[in-house]
Design a protein around this ligand. Structure first.
Ligand code: DON
Length: 329
């Protein structure tokens, strides 16, 4: 999207840009932990050395570094957008009757608590059980209609028409046995609405939407501003929905590493197994902060850890949060 605010960078922002280049180079060179998501064959061959970042400030300043132009699939970052979309079409109370807002401490695709913790309501919309339920609530009867609604919401946020990576979708469609099992179980307990295969198609296609670090940084920025779009100059997400979404990102967005992430980074964030992380900094009064009016952050680096979070991405966010004192706590 062409941003209309061309801002002269402040001294702190110029310094921040230089620091960022240095940290990206260091982390790219010295961190070799993690591996690409091999349970989705099409993601396995991504170049794990890549690391890119884009920060967009509320003042219009854009700072990019490393492989920020790489195109990758949203994967679980899409859970944030589908949650927002479901709240827009059904209202918060209706959505929260079907999915809770509690962290689990379990893996993102865990099935265990659905039966253990009666009555089987998914714990939150950031784990697969909750996200499948949320996708089933999207406006429309068929997968095509639900996706078309979700695409409209994405276009409202990024100004772009989303594209699905069909290779990634096909690859996951063939191997998504656990998601199928979760969806059938949720259908049996009446949390999932409509037909399982239709919902699964919506969920896996939303995961396969292609983005860049700039797209997710912009969505992060809109959330940072409580739903106000600084380029289109309008409230695109109701404030209440934006606040709820940020709380979910902070408590559940990095799965069973969300506690550590809150403790050592301290910013709302959502990861995806393709190696993307969408994060944000609220408006703040921190002295070292290059973005006192808030910013959105998009990161891409495909090697992930056992929780499904980008290893280099988390390392870079930790560094930024520490050096610029960006933790919200
Ligand atoms: O449901 C799945 O397995 C994936 N398409 C999305 C999972 C994911 O991104 C988990 N994130 N870190």
């Amino acid at each position: 999207m062409k941003r209309e605010i061309e801002q002269e960078m402040s001294y702190l922002q110029v310094t921040a840009k230089e620091q960022l280049h240095e940290w990206v180079e260091q982390i790219k060179e010295f961190s070799s932990e993690g591996k690409t998501a091999d349970y989705i064959p099409a993601l396995k061959d991504m170049d794990s050395s890549q690391l890119g970042i884009c920060l967009i400030g509320a003042d219009g300043t854009v700072i990019q570094s490393g492989d920020y132009e790489s195109v990758f699939t949203l994967q679980s970052i899409s859970k944030v957008i589908s949650f927002i979309a479901a709240c827009l079409c059904c209202g918060i109370p209706y959505v929260l009757e079907r999915v809770d807002v509690e962290p689990t401490g379990d893996a993102f695709n865990s099935i265990i608590r659905l039966e253990m913790h009666k009555p089987g309501k998914p714990f939150n919309p950031m784990i697969n059980a909750g996200a499948l339920t949320v996708s089933s609530l999207l406006s429309g009867e068929t997968a095509k209609e639900k996706l078309s609604y979700l695409f409209d919401v994405i276009t409202m946020l990024t100004g772009k028409t989303p594209l699905i990576n069909e290779t990634v979708f096909e690859s996951e469609w063939q191997t998504s046995h656990r998601n199928r099992a979760l969806a059938y179980y949720l259908k049996e307990t009446n949390y999932l609405q409509g037909e399982v295969e239709e919902v699964l198609e919506v969920y896996l296609k939303q995961c396969s939407i292609e983005v860049t670090t700039e797209d997710i940084a912009l969505i992060g920025l809109i959330l940072s501003l409580d739903g106000y779009h600084p380029v289109f100059h309008k409230q695109v997400i109701p404030k209440e929905v934006a606040k709820l979404t940020k709380a979910l990102m902070l408590t559940c967005g990095m799965y069973n590493a969300s506690g550590k992430f809150a403790a050592f980074v301290g910013m709302p964030a959502k990861s995806g197994v393709s190696g993307g992380i969408m994060s944000l900094v609220p408006p703040n009064t921190k002295k070292q902060s290059p973005f006192p009016d808030g910013c959105g952050i998009g990161i891409y680096s495909p090697a992930i850890d056992e929780y499904g979070n980008s290893v280099k991405g988390v390392t870079l966010l930790k560094k930024i949060a520490k050096e610029w004192d960006l933790s919200i706590f």
